[in-house]
Write a protein that binds this ligand. Structure first.
Ligand code: MLT
Length: 412
């Protein structure tokens, strides 16, 4: 009989968001009249910008004409999109990133997992706690961990707690780690990193020969002009960091699918024989073999993000969700809850009231207010006692959810 990848058996029951969906669906089935408002998974609700839609419609028409029809595209993405990204997202901010260091993909979540293909199995890996569960689960699947304990922590991973006490920024580890996952603006806490904080990580990584996986999927939500949007704004990052970006949240592409990963050509890691190998070459090889690129139509839609209209439209979209975040922060604070994040990120991180566990608070909110959020414990042991509310929803739903919560959860 064929055998399985036994590492999958080490994973906790289900991926966080499907598990939440399962509980919510069970509640909805038992309470068919309940009007449930979903502020759990960070999924966008507002329509695609018209600039992107128009570009995709034109691209569909091109596909209907033999003279402009496209078959397989470059696995790395079309040059016209990569050049716009390099110029707009990096060079305009003083970052030295060239178009051929950008790899277009169908999502940051996928790339965060796929990137492990080009790394060895003996790396010491550090994650913050709480953390986006994909970083942990993909390492478990790849066999980079042992089993988990009763707190859900996997043997072999280095957990760096981020809590209110350290302002949700991890302390640089005292031991040597080889791969470090950082996410700023942070999912789930909504915390941000200053240039000084990132510089400390970059210096650590360069001193130890470590690689930072920098997830910047939420950079568009930064409102503070002092905060860095890319790790390449930090001197020295080109020799230690890979950056993940996405069109999902800024341009509403969660269902359309387009993202990109930056692998500088100056980045190396060690082979078994001790030689230094360029990671760019390995990632290029990996993508050329296992990926056939994002569809031409979708890449044209993503390109339109960089047009004058596209820029104005995504600014409005981001502003809309950030106004939701402001309302959530304001109303929950009025209700006596302690809130964090939500000023440079679309997530508000809430301290659960009256010592409730985060899953108890989840159930209470679902049952009494019919509002869905995400329990902090689902992001890691140090997320216990916290709860994430997503600002991705309509204004009407956000206002209604806050009305219900403030009525039911007035903390004395
Ligand atoms: C989240 O809710 O954390 C995000 O939607 C997950 C994701 O982007 O994959």
């Amino acid at each position: 009989m064929a055998t399985i990848n036994d590492n999958y058996l080490k994973l906790k029951a289900g991926y966080l968001f499907p598990e939440i969906a399962r509980r919510v669906n069970a509640f909805a089935e038992a309470n068919p009249g309940a009007s449930i408002i979903r502020l759990g998974i960070g999924d966008v609700t507002e329509p695609l910008p018209s600039a992107c839609r128009d570009a995709m419609i034109t691209a569909v028409e091109e596909m209907g004409d033999r003279s402009s029809f496209k078959g397989y595209g470059p696995e790395q993405g079309y040059a016209w999109l990569r050049e716009k990204i390099a110029a707009h997202d990096f060079q305009a901010r003083g970052c030295e990133v060239s178009a051929d260091e950008i790899f277009i993909s169908d999502g940051s979540k996928c790339d965060c997992g796929n990137i492990l293909d080009i790394f060895g199995n003996d790396n010491a890996i550090a994650v913050t706690d709480p953390v986006y569960p994909v970083y942990v689960d993909t390492n478990v699947m790849a066999g980079h961990t042992g089993d988990s304990n009763d707190r859900g922590e996997y043997d072999g991973l280095v957990y760096l707690p981020i809590t209110a006490e350290n302002n949700f920024t991890a302390q640089i580890p005292s031991e040597k780690v080889d791969l470090i996952y950082l996410c700023f603006p942070n999912n789930p806490t909504g915390a941000t990193a200053t240039k000084d904080h990132l510089k400390a990580w970059v210096d650590y990584a360069n001193a130890h020969g470590s690689i930072i996986f920098f997830d910047a999927a939420y950079e568009a939500f930064i409102t503070d002009p002092e905060l860095p949007h890319s790790i390449y704004e930090i001197e020295g990052a080109r020799s230690c960091a890979i950056e993940f970006r996405s069109f999902s949240k800024n341009a509403g592409f969660t269902g359309t699918r387009c993202a990109f990963t930056v692998v500088p050509k100056t980045l190396t890691a060690k082979a078994a024989d001790g030689s230094e190998v360029e990671l760019w070459k390995l990632w290029n090889r990996r993508q050329s073999t296992k990926f056939n690129g994002v569809s031409y139509i979708v890449q044209r839609g993503a390109e339109a993000v960089y047009s004058t209209e596209g820029q104005a439209q995504i600014k409005a979209l981001v502003g809309f969700y950030m106004e939701n975040a402001r309302i959530i922060r304001e109303k929950l604070t009025e209700a006596g809850l302690q809130v964090y994040g939500g000023t440079n990120a679309p997530y508000v991180w809430v301290k659960t009231p009256n010592g409730l566990t985060s899953w108890d608070f989840f159930d209470k909110l679902l049952h009494t207010c019919n509002v869905v959020g995400t329990p902090g414990a689902g992001f890691g042991a140090a997320g216990e006692g916290y709860f994430r509310i997503s600002a991705f929803n309509s204004r009407e739903n956000v206002e209604e959810a806050m009305k219900r919560i403030t009525e039911k959860f007035k903390v004395a």
